[in-house]
Design a protein around this ligand. Structure first.
Ligand code: 3PG
Length: 308
C-alpha cells in the first residue's frame, strides 16, 4: 500500500541526498513530501498531519508533533544522536524511532581532526604553531565516530587512547589504540581529548572542572558531540584558571560570548553544527533512512529502533 514519507529538514540535505531518497521512494511506489528550511515549527505540525513516516535531521520532534501526526508509524533520524526526538512521546503514540548509526561518522571525524589542525596552527594566523604528531590523544567513547577519529589520528602519528565501557578492550586494541580503564586516566594522560558521547541524562554536564583540570599542559578539549555534555560553569572556570587550556567545538557553547571576549586564540566554534554537513554523509544517512522505513513497512524490520 502506498505511504506518504515526509522529509523534514530545517537544515536541508545536499541535493544529491534528496535525489537519492526521491528515487528510492518513487521505485517503491510511495509518495515524497519535502519540507526544507522551514522557518516555523508550526510548519512541521501541518506537514506531519497525514504522513506515515518521517525522516529528520536535528529537527525537534516534540510531543506536539506526535499529537499532530495521526498516521505516523515511524520516524528515522538521519544521523546518530536522537536527543532531538521525544522518545517517550513517540512510544506513547506507538511510533517507532530509529537512527542511522555510522552513516555520517566519517564526516564528523574529519571535521574533528580539521578543527584540531586549525587550532594547532594558530587558526592560520601565519605564526609558528604546533603539530599533532606524537601528541597523546584520548577518545572519550569509541563508537562509530571515535573509531574513524582514531584511524585518521593514527595517520597523523598521534598516540591514541580510548575509554569505552561498552566496547570490548580487544576491539579497541586491534585498532592500535590503547584502552584506558577510567575517565580520570583518560583526562590525566591525554593533551587532546575528543568527546564522542551522546547527550543523555547521564552525560549532560558531565565534562566538569574536575576532569578538565586533570589534563596535561597545553590541553585541548575537542567537542564534535553535543554542547550539552559540557558543564559550562566548569568550562569558564578552567579557561580562567589555566592559560594553556583551549576548546574547539562543533557549535558554540551558550557561554561563547564570554570566551570570545576574554580568551582570543584559545577556541574555535563552528557557526552552525557542521559535523555531518557533507554530501557523502547526507547521501549515506538519507539512503539508510529511507531503506529502513521501507524495511519497516514491507518486512516489519525494526533494526536500529531506539525506543524499545
Ligand atoms: C548526528 O547526531 O548525527 C550529528 O550531530 C549530525 O546532525 P545533523 O544531521 O543535524 O547535522
Amino acid at each position: 500500500m502506498s505511504k506518504k514519507i515526509l522529509v523534514a529538514t530545517v537544515k536541508p540535505f545536499a541535493k544529491a541526498a534528496v535525489e537519492s531518497i526521491a528515487e528510492i521512494i518513487k521505485k517503491t511506489g510511495y509518495e515524497l513530501v519535502l519540507l526544507e528550511s522551514y522557518p516555523d515549527p508550526a510548519d512541521l505540525l501541518k506537514a506531519v498531519a497525514d504522513v506515515d513516516a518521517m525522516i529528520v535531521r536535528s529537527d525537534k520532534v516534540t510531543p506536539a508533533v506526535f499529537d499532530a501526526a495521526k498516521n505516523l508509524k515511524i520516524v528515522v533520524r538521519a544521523g546518530a544522536g536522537y536527543d532531538n526526538i521525544d522518545l517517550q512521546a513517540a512510544t506513547d503514540h506507538k511510533v517507532v524511532v530509529m537512527n542511522t548509526p555510522g552513516q555520517n561518522s566519517n564526516a564528523v571525524a574529519e571535521l574533528a581532526l580539521g578543527m584540531m589542525v586549525y587550532l594547532a596552527r594558530g587558526c592560520f594566523n601565519g605564526k609558528p604553531g604546533t603539530e599533532l604528531k606524537g601528541k597523546k590523544f584520548g577518545l572519550h567513547a569509541y563508537g562509530n565516530v571515535g573509531k574513524h577519529v582514531a584511524r585518521i589520528a593514527k595517520g597523523f602519528d598521534m598516540e591514541v587512547y580510548a575509554l569505552d565501557p561498552y566496547v570490548d578492550k580487544s576491539v579497541i586494541e586491534k585498532d592500535g589504540v590503547t584502552c584506558v580503564n577510567d575517565v580520570k586516566e583518560l583526562y590525566s594522560t591525554c593533551r587532546y581529548v575528543s568527546l564522542h558521547i551522546p547527550a543523555n541524562r547521564t552525560t549532560i554536564k558531565s565534562i566538569n572542572y574536575e576532569l578538565l583540570s586533570m589534563m596535561p599542559q597545553n590541553a585541548v578539549l575537542v567537542n564534535p558531540a553535543r554542547k550539552e555534555v559540557i558543564c559550562e560553569d566548569s568550562l569558564l572556570k578552567i579557561f580562567a584558571a589555566r592559560e594553556d587550556f583551549k576548546y574547539i567545538a562543533d557549535i558554540a557553547p551558550d557561554c561563547a560570548a564570554e570566551i570570545e571576549a576574554k580568551y582570543p586564540g584559545r577556541f574555535y566554534f563552528t557557526p552552525k553544527k557542521m559535523g555531518a554537513q557533507t554530501a557523502e554523509a547526507n547521501v549515506n544517512a538519507g539512503i539508510a533512512s529511507i531503506n529502513q522505513i521501507i524495511g519497516f513497512f514491507e518486512k516489519g524490520d525494526t533494526t536500529f529502533q531506539v525506543n524499545k
